[in-house]
Design a protein around this ligand. Sequence first.
Ligand code: HEM
Length: 459
Amino acid sequence: MTRIPAPQGLPIVGNTLQIPSHSPVEHFVEVAAGYPGGIFKLEIAGRTVVLVYDPDLVAEVCDESRFVKRIRPPLSIVRDFGGDGLFTAEPDEPVWGHAHRILMPAFSQRSMKAYYPQFLEVAEQLVESWAGRQGDDLPVADDMTRLTLDTISLTGFGYRFNSFDSPDLHPFLQAMGGALTEAMLRNQQLPFVTKLKRRHEETYRRDIATMQSLVDDVIKQRRAEGGSGAKDLLGLMLEASDPQSGARLSDENIRNQVLTFLIAGHETTSGLLSFALYNLLREPHTLARAYDEVDRLLPGDEPPSYETIMKLDVIPRILEETLRFWSPIPVFGVSAVEDTVLGGPGGYEIPAGQGIGVLLPPLHRNAKAWERPEEFDIDRWLPEHKKDHHPGAYKPFGNGERACIGRQFALTEARLALAMILRRFALSDPNVYRMKIKQTLTLKPDGFTLRVRERRAHE
Ligand code: HEM
């Protein structure tokens, strides 16, 4: 058998103290650079965590007959507020299947067409807001968060945050940022340390209560409107039953799902759009191709139709390549169903129940699977190249049954937003931003600003 390599830790605390609390993933990526075999293990807060990023090993751990998602740290901590919502439900909790089957139709491509007017409404608010702030340093991640939060809440629940009306981010977002950061910190703390930090505990519980009270408002508002029969996520959850078992979702579960969707449905897409804009500013050739595309397919000032947005080709490839370069969710976890061996006979022994993290940054830039991995090249997403991609090399939306239910939602929303931005504005980065990652479980570029000026008015 081959020993899984591991950086030297300390007695009792293992590697815990070597991991910087606010940027664990950057640390994992640095460690990964020293282990080109694509696997290593760490002892974190009393647990052994195996991280894999070799595409062959990742393809193995994505075999759902051998490895399944289990709710371990940090997800077991996120469960403090996600409860038995889709993201943080155990695979054997029946409610996962009920909710999954009830909600799947709401994420079909047909549903994206139904949501399109709301996608457009919020994207128009973004470009109007930027048109009024030409020459200012625009806080990219904050504005992408306004866009994506307002989009999921309006399309999913008919609820308006009106985030572009206020210079401050909504209290829900501050509470969410606090809770996600605390979940990340707790993931690397020995449990007795978490218990000692009373003030953190108070703030954490207050943040969770703030988020839950917003969710209660969302549901109350819908019930006050008579429950309506709307075909959005909330309408389905209140009225539909599981086609397989006939089960309905409990009030408590609906509350957990709404909070899950409010968080999962915006935080990552905001990161994707922020990283995409960052990449475009560094890749003038790709930016020029994107401008060509929007000028060709979206001439004039008319709101683009859903069909037009579906015809885009360069912009979706920019999004795919951005997700390769910077995955907003940098790690997802699975656990071994039984004792097993990774990497074929004589490979790495993995005991039943062992948690494995698929570490996306070094996987998505792994030279074994990608030619010129450090180059931002949208043409690797042309159909003729895409079909040759290694099956384990690209996992920005997770894997299998527990992969992201909102993938089409995110990609449709992001296509439209990017097209609307590029049609209207020339982008510049006079402050020459240098990438600094902010991690609150998900990744975003910290402090990234850009400036815009209207293209047509100046041409
Ligand atoms: C699951 C990524 C957008 C809702 C996941 C997972 C990943 C992911 C990696 C799997 C997590 C795991 O295995 O533990 C992303 C990325 C997005 C995005 C990169 C944007 C670029 C969205 C959107 C929604 C959403 C827009 C909702 C509207 C969910 C839910 C799950 C999930 C509910 C849990 C699914 C289940 O286990 O049944 N996402 N996501 N995500 N995502 Fe997304």
